[in-house]
Ligand binder design. Structure first.
Ligand code: C5P
Length: 276
C-alpha cells in the first residue's frame, strides 16, 4: 500500500510590506519568504473511508474536523484517504502552519493520485498556500498569488521564538494604521553574502509588527529578547505574529543563542533553524 509522507516547513516572512488594500478587503503585500528546516509532517494513505488524525507535540487544540485546512485540501481530490498530521509548529503563529500543512497535503495527494494538476480551489485554501507549494525562498506579491522564486538567498541561520499566544491574522490586518506603505525595491539584492544580506534586510520591514504588538504586547518582549541575544544581527516578526525571528551570521551562533533563550524562557517555543 502506498504511504506518502511530506514535510510541511515553517514559512518565515523575512520582510512583509503592506502596499495597499483591495476592494474586497484583502491586503496587497510585497514579502520575501523563506522556509525553515523545522515543520509539521503530513502522512497520507488510501483508506476505505476518510479519516483525519492529529498527533505530535503541538497537537493540542488543533481542529480535527473539516475546518482544518488539511481536511479541506484532501477533500478537493474526492477520494477517501487516511491522513496523519504530526504537529510540531505552533498554530496561528505567523509561520504558515495551516497553509504549509495544506500545501503538503496537496503535494501528497497529487503524488498518491498521479494528478499533476491541482484541483480547483487548491490555492484559495489560504493566501500562503501558493508560496508553501513552492517550498523555496520567494518574493510574494498581490495577496499571495504572484510568487517568484528568489535564488539569491545566502545561508541564513535564525532563532524562531513564539511566546505561546495565538494571534488573529484578520484582527492584525484590520488594526493596521496605514494600508499603503512602500514596496521593497523593484530589484532584490543579488550575490550578497550572509552579513551583507542581513544588513540589507535590516533596511526593510514587517508592517504588521506595530498592530500585532498593539493586539499582543508580549510580541515586543519577544523582539527585545531576540535582539539582545549574543550575535543577533536583526530581530523581526514573521507574518502577523506572534512568532519572531533573529538572524545570525553562523549556525553555531544561532544554536548557542537558542539554548540561552530556551533556558530563560522555558515556556516559549524556541527553535534554531536554517532558512532556505
Ligand atoms: O488567507 P488566510 O487565511 O491566510 O488569511 C486570513 C485573513 O487575513 C483573511 O481573511 C484576511 O482578513 C486577512 N488577510 C488580508 N490580506 C492578505 C492575507 C490575509 O487581509 N493578503
Amino acid at each position: 500500500m502506498s504511504i506518502i509522507k511530506v514535510f510541511a516547513p515553517a514559512k518565515v516572512n523575512l520582510t512583509l510590506h503592506v502596499t495597499g488594500q483591495r476592494k474586497d478587503g484583502y491586503h496587497l503585500l510585497d514579502s520575501l519568504v523563506a522556509f525553515a528546516d523545522v515543520g509539521d509532517r503530513v502522512t497520507v494513505m488510501p483508506a476505505p473511508a476518510p479519516r483525519f488524525e492529529v498527533t505530535g507535540p503541538r497537537a493540542d487544540g488543533v481542529p480535527t474536523d473539516n475546518t482544518n485546512l488539511v481536511a479541506r485540501a484532501a477533500a478537493l481530490f474526492g477520494i477517501p484517504v487516511h491522513i496523519l498530521l504530526s504537529k510540531h509548529l505552533p498554530a496561528s503563529a505567523g509561520i504558515g502552519g495551516g497553509s504549509s500543512d495544506a500545501a503538503a497535503t496537496l503535494l501528497a495527494l497529487s503524488d498518491l493520485t498521479g494528478d499533476t494538476k491541482l484541483p480547483e480551489g487548491a490555492t484559495e485554501l489560504g493566501a500562503d498556500v501558493r508560496v508553501c507549494l513552492m517550498r523555496q525562498a520567494a518574493r510574494m506579491r498581490g495577496i499571495g498569488e504572484d510568487v517568484i522564486p528568489y535564488h539569491d538567498l545566502p545561508p541564513l541561520f535564525a532563532v524562531l521564538a513564539n511566546p505561546g499566544i495565538a494571534v488573529s491574522t484578520p484582527a492584525v490586518f484590520a488594526a493596521l494604521a496605514t494600508k499603503t506603505n512602500p514596496p521593497m525595491p523593484k530589484k532584490l539584492p543579488k550575490g550578497l553574502k550572509t552579513r551583507g544580506f542581513i544588513d540589507w534586510l535590516a533596511t526593510q520591514r514587517n508592517d504588521l509588527e506595530a498592530p500585532a504588538i498593539d493586539a499582543a504586547p508580549v510580541i515586543a518582549s519577544v523582539l527585545q529578547a531576540l535582539s539582545s541575544l549574543p550575535g543577533a544581527r536583526l530581530a523581526r516578526m514573521s507574518g502577523s505574529g506572534a512568532t519572531c525571528f533573529a538572524l545570525f551570521d553562523t549556525e553555531k551562533a544561532a544554536q548557542d543563542a537558542a539554548r540561552g533563550l530556551s533556558a530563560r524562557q522555558p515556556d516559549w517555543w524556541v527553535e534554531p533553524v536554517r532558512l532556505s
